[in-house]
Design a protein around this ligand. Structure first.
Ligand code: SAM
Length: 257
């Protein structure tokens, strides 16, 4: 019998299977993976080692080097940016072992937080480390979010957009599942610094499979996805971008005139 949080999550999925597959406590919408991880970075994400050391060791060190900020600072800023309220329904895309998902849960009380990821090992760890029954985990591909349009009050995607094959499509999917007025916040890479440094960062990133975004690429994708009030903050080699789904779509606004 799926947990209460999983049952609430299933209600947001129009094509939910009649008999859902729950593996290690998460809802599996992918099944046995036949695809080999395409890059070194993606292989690491699906290993059994990284999920074990990610939250305590890997993330604080790697992300502080990449963002120039502590994890605590970055998490507080995320909660401010999303303006979460008690009772909100929130999606954490590419949640890894659930570290950010659990912080989001702290801000929504009895609301619902759904962590989505493609890696079975990350999700198994996320379930193990999460005690709240207002949090559910789903295995799916961020390029094809399974949720109905307008399902979430807020969506976060931290530390993952640089791994996906088609980032603009993932941004469009995240905008689609936001309710009108809902906010999307993304933390990802940003190309900057002197030219030789940029070259070095680019080569290292290319070999590992991490994309380094040009200064305006993510902003453009937010605009193309119809998000408004877009703001960006750059820090070290990272950028945080926040935008809001319009309260009225342009089609509705035109029809109303
Ligand atoms: C570095 S972790 C980020 C974890 C967490 N969001 C954080 O803030 O620390 C990146 C995650 O992105 C996931 N990921 C990569 N490509 C994905 C995709 N196409 N769909 C869903 N998850 C994906 C990986 O499996 C991995 O768990």
């Amino acid at each position: 019998m799926p947990s209460t949080a999983l049952q609430r999550t299933l209600a947001l999925i129009p094509d939910a299977p009649a008999t859902p597959t729950v593996t290690d406590g998460y809802l599996d919408l992918v099944g046995p993976a036949s695809d080999a991880p395409p890059t070194l970075a993606q292989r690491a994400m699906r290993s059994s080692l990284l999920p074990r050391v990610y939250e305590r060791a890997w993330r604080p060190v790697a992300f502080t080097a990449f963002t120039g900020r502590t994890t605590g600072h970055e998490e507080r800023r995320l909660l401010d940016r999303l303006a979460l309220r008690d009772g909100d329904t929130v999606l954490d895309v590419a949640c890894g072992p659930g570290n950010t998902t659990r912080r989001l849960h702290d801000a929504v009380g009895d609301g619902l937080v759904v962590g989505l990821d493609y890696s079975p090992t990350m999700l198994a760890r996320a379930v193990r480390d999460t005690t709240s029954d207002a949090v559910a985990y789903v295995r799916a591909d961020a390029h094809r979010l399974p949720f109905a349009d307008g399902s979430f009050d807020a969506v976060a995607c931290y530390g993952a957009l640089y791994l996906v094959e088609r980032p603009a499509d993932v941004i469009a999917q995240m905008a689609r599942v936001l309710r009108p007025g809902g906010r999307l916040a993304i933390l990802t890479t940003c190309h900057r610094g002197p030219a030789p440094m940029r070259g070095m960062v680019g080569v290292t990133a290319g070999v590992s499979g991490l994309r380094v975004f040009g200064r305006d690429e993510v902003l453009r994708a937010f605009g193309d996805a119809g998000l408004q009030g877009v703001q960006r903050e750059v820090s070290a080699f990272s950028q945080t971008v926040v935008g809001q789904r319009p309260v009225r779509s342009s089609a509705t606004a035109t029809a109303a005139r």
